[in-house]
Design a protein around this ligand. Structure first.
Ligand code: UDX
Length: 442
């Protein structure tokens, strides 16, 4: 249930291993789109896999929950859990999905297993999903139906590859529900990945803690890189040195403009709200969120310094609007605060992204700001710009040579690389006024 990133990609991963999957969504246009082989979002490899599995007959899509439940053994709940005002996950869609599951299960004469993949904070399954299914079905778990938690760890941009080869598969199983455990272990056997079986709440907390620790790592890397740039050290080299310690590892230490996306900021806020509900102070997730708010301003400081201390009347190219490369997703993108700060300081901002331009226009509109100047052509954006900020490390940008990058720009032709897309030493050797996150000034 749910044909967003998690739902559709999970479906394709199961099809890959020969399982038959019916995608259910309450939005008819989405079902129609999936049935016609059109993914509702851009994600590498998804369109091809969708065409393949529709063609082989392993995948279909419907709005009819009861029909889908009647012809399957397991339902994965993959509906969105947006943030509430206090940062906690809004479980409205999940509760509604669980109720419709309960109604579908009520008339079944077979056992059905319901598995929550949607990201939630601990106890959501036991306190929201379970009672919703129980009340609507008139049946009790685990005798009448089963409920399990199976969080998803896929990343946008490599979603299908991640879903096919996750580092681990986490199964939260209710006490004594051996049938649910056996069914899920069998389902995942062809994936041949490490499997961890926990309580419902254990699985819920693993997802939240994993995302939060990754985000905290990024925030810490940003602080270290900022420090390095204030002395004669290259923050990227420093973090490489840190990451070479096998106890720390090299991953998620890429300093930049901060983290965005649908998981990290929301997950940290949800962890803060959940911790406080338990009387815990949530010091680390709060600090990571604070650091992430500061980091776009640190990048704008670099632009100001590169433009002699004043952005008034300057033309700035903003390259990369998506929250990361290989996606058209702009949720919580750091491009938005950078864009706003540049405008506030009087700059004219011209934007570019290979995929996310129209989504960024919509995001800016939702903020109540004037229509942003988003151009299709990279050359148009760079032409006459005094500075260019690289906010998303798209491969398309990485392939640009120093001359292509700056030849049409206007003095001082400064490049502010918020993601270290380019090799700074190569850029500086080629005469480019190159400023980068974690680097001392040129
Ligand atoms: C994340 C988790 O990685 C994934 O396990 C979970 O299921 C969903 O949330 P995603 O948000 O798709 O995935 O992207 P990810 O690659 O983790 O990056 C998140 C943000 O952190 C991006 O804005 C990215 O630019 C930033 N980031 C990541 C850094 O700034 N530095 C890094 O070293 C890594």
């Amino acid at each position: 249930m749910g044909t967003g990133y998690v739902g559709l990609v999970t479906a394709l991963a199961f099809c890959h291993h020969g399982h038959r999957v019916t995608c259910v969504d309450i939005i008819p246009e989405r079902v129609d789109s999936v049935s016609r082989g059109k993914a509702p979002f851009y994600e590498p490899d998804v369109a091809e896999a969708l065409a393949r599995h529709l063609g082989s007959g392993l995948l279909d899509a419907t709005t009819d929950t009861a029909k889908a439940v009647a012809s399957t053994e397991i339902t994965f709940l993959c509906v969105g859990t947006p943030s509430s005002a206090d940062g906690s996950y809004d479980l409205g869609h999940l509760g509604a999905a669980a109720r419709s599951m309960g109604e579908a299960i009520a008339g079944l004469d077979r056992h059905h297993l319901v598995v929550t993949k949607s990201t939630v904070t601990p106890t959501a399954n036991r306190s929201v999903v379970l009672p919703a299914i129980t009340n609507a079905s008139g049946k009790e778990a685990p005798a009448g139906f089963s409920l399990a938690s199976n969080p998803e760890f896929l990343r946008e941009g490599s979603a299908l590859a991640d879903a096919l080869a996750p580092d681990r598969i986490v199964l939260g199983i209710m006490e004594g529900d051996q049938a649910a455990r056996d069914l899920l272990e069998g389902l995942y056997a062809p994936f041949d990945r490490p499997l961890l079986v926990t309580s419902l709440e254990g699985a819920e907390l693993i997802k939240l803690a994993s995302n939060s620790l990754l985000a905290i790592k990024v925030a810490f890397a940003n602080e270290v890189a900022n420090l390095a740039s204030s002395v004669d050290a290259d923050g990227y080299q420093v973090l490489e040195g840190v990451g070479l310690d096998h106890r720390l590892g090299p991953h998620f230490l890429r300093a930049g403009a901060g983290f965005g996306g649908s998981c990290f900021p929301r997950g940290l806020r949800a962890l803060v709200a959940f911790s406080r509900s338990q009387g815990a102070p949530a010091l680390l997730p709060t600090a990571a969120l604070d650091q992430n708010e500061v980091q776009p301003a640190v990048m704008v400081d670099l632009v100001r310094k590169a433009l002699d201390g004043n952005l008034q009347g300057k033309r700035v190219a903003l390259l990369g609007l998506a929250f990361k490369p290989d996606t058209d997703d702009v949720r919580e993108t750091r491009a938005l605060p950078i864009y706003k700060l540049l405008l506030e300081e009087g700059a004219t901002v011209v934007c570019h992204d290979p995929r996310a331009g129209s989504n960024f226009v919509e995001l800016v509109r939702e903020e109540g700001l004037a229509h942003p100047d988003v151009r299709e052509g990279l050359d148009e954006v760079l032409r006459e710009a005094n500075a260019a900020v690289i906010q998303t490390e798209w491969e398309e940008y990485r392939l640009l040579g120093p001359a292509e990058l700056v030849s049409e720009m206007a003095p001082p032709r400064a490049i502010v690389d918020a993601r270290r897309t380019f090799d700074p030493y190569m850029m500086r050797a080629a005469g480019v006024t190159y400023w980068g996150v974690g680097l001392p000034p040129p």
